[in-house]
Design a protein around this ligand. Structure first.
Ligand code: SF4
Length: 232
C-alpha cells in the first residue's frame, strides 16, 4: 500500500452503508492529502494549469510522516506535490461547496484514486514520479543546483546527526550558516528574478529551518531561530 492510500484507511474502515461505485466528489480525499505529481502531470505544469506557486518540492533527505507507522521516515527521492493549505493537509484547490477548482486539469493521482478500491492508485503511486528537473527550465535548474550545494539535506545529514548525538558546536554552526544562506538565497532570487517567494517552495523546497524541525527538538526552539535570523 502507498502513503496516500493509508490516509484512506480510517475511511475504508467506516464503510458507507451504500457501496460506492463512482466518485461522489465528496472531497474527503482532497481534505486529507495532496497529490504527488507523475509524468502524466508534466503538461499541467508546463501549460500553467497548475502554476509554480501551487507546488511544493519535498527534497531527498527530508523527514516526512509515514502514515503506516505514524512515525517519521527519511525521503529517499524528491517528490513534487500540490501544496496543502497552511497548517493543514487539505489541498489548496479544494473549496467546500465548490469542490476541486481545477477538476478538469487535476493530477493523475486524483483521477485514479477510487476510495472504494485503492488498487489502481496502488499500481500508479510509485511509478514515474517527477522531480524538479522534469518541469523547470535550465536557468532554474542552475539556481537549484547552487542552492543544493549549500542546503542539500543529504549533504547536511552528518551535521544533524553529530548535533543530535553530541551537541557538536561545529555541526550547529554549519547548520546555522546553511539556514542563513537559504533565506538570503531566496531573498536574492525574489529580488533579481521573476520568481517570487510564492514559487520558492516548489523551486527550492520548504525553507531549510522548517525542514530541520523534525530532526531534533532544538531546531524547533526560539533559541535556534534567533541564531539563524541574526546577521542574516
Ligand atoms: S487537485 Fe483537486 S481533486 Fe486533487 S486533491 Fe486537489 S482539490 Fe482534490
Amino acid at each position: 500500500m502507498t502513503l496516500r492510500m493509508y490516509l484512506w484507511v480510517p475511511l475504508l474502515m467506516n464503510k458507507p452503508e451504500k457501496k460506492l461505485v463512482s466518485c461522489r466528489r465528496c472531497g474527503t480525499c482532497c481534505q486529507r492529502t495532496t497529490p504527488t505529481l507523475h509524468g502524466q502531470d508534466i503538461s499541467l505544469v508546463l501549460e500553467r494549469h497548475i502554476p509554480l506557486s501551487s507546488l511544493v518540492c519535498l527534497r531527498a533527505g527530508e523527514k516526512i510522516r509515514d502514515n503506516v507507522s505514524g512515525g517519521l521516515q527519511i525521503l529517499q527521492q524528491e517528490l513534487v506535490q500540490l501544496k496543502p493549505l497552511k497548517n493543514s493537509r487539505q489541498c489548496l484547490y479544494f473549496k467546500v461547496n465548490k469542490g476541486c477548482l481545477i477538476y478538469t486539469h487535476r493530477p493523475v493521482e486524483c483521477r485514479t484514486l477510487e476510495c472504494w478500491n485503492t488498487s489502481s492508485l496502488e499500481e500508479l503511486y510509485a511509478r514515474d514520479r517527477i522531480a524538479r528537473q522534469d518541469i523547470f527550465p535550465l536557468s532554474l535548474l542552475e539556481l537549484i543546483y547552487a542552492h543544493e550545494q549549500r542546503c542539500s539535506l543529504v549533504r547536511l545529514r552528518p551535521a544533524f546527526e553529530r548535533f543530535a548525538a553530541q551537541q557538536d558546536r561545529d555541526a550547529l554552526d554549519l547548520l546555522v550558516r546553511a539556514c542563513r544562506f537559504d533565506l538570503n538565497f531566496r531573498d536574492v532570487v525574489a529580488e533579481k528574478t521573476p520568481y517570487g517567494p510564492d514559487t520558492h517552495d516548489g523551486i527550492f523546497g520548504r525553507p531549510l529551518h522548517l525542514v530541520l524541525r523534525p530532526f531534533a527538538p532544538y531546531f524547533n526552539s526560539s533559541v535556534f531561530q534567533k541564531l539563524f535570523l541574526s546577521n542574516s
